[in-house]
Design a protein. Structure first.
Length: 76
């Protein structure tokens, strides 16, 4: 990856994490305000968004590691 591509990839991963964090928070707030089936549905969405956020965080780490490896090979 060249420098601009690296920057875009890391920025996109960070944006994705921020977006999922905001969505997870909104779903959690919704789950607190409703009852019954609506609460269960909102709670399910909250859990799924949390899972996706954690996956996006792992992807960000993988991209960071890939960038580090590529930089190491360029230096060596």
């Amino acid at each position: 990856m060249d420098a601009p591509s690296t920057s875009r990839a890391l920025g996109a991963a960070n944006d994705l994490i921020d977006l999922l964090r905001l969505a997870e928070g909104a779903a959690a707030r919704l789950a607190q305000e409703v009852h019954g089936v609506s609460h269960e549905h909102a709670a399910l969405i909250t859990r799924e968004l949390r899972r996706l956020r954690r996956s996006a965080e792992q992807l960000e780490l993988e991209v960071e590691n890939q960038v580090s490896r590529e930089r190491s090979t360029l230096i060596a």
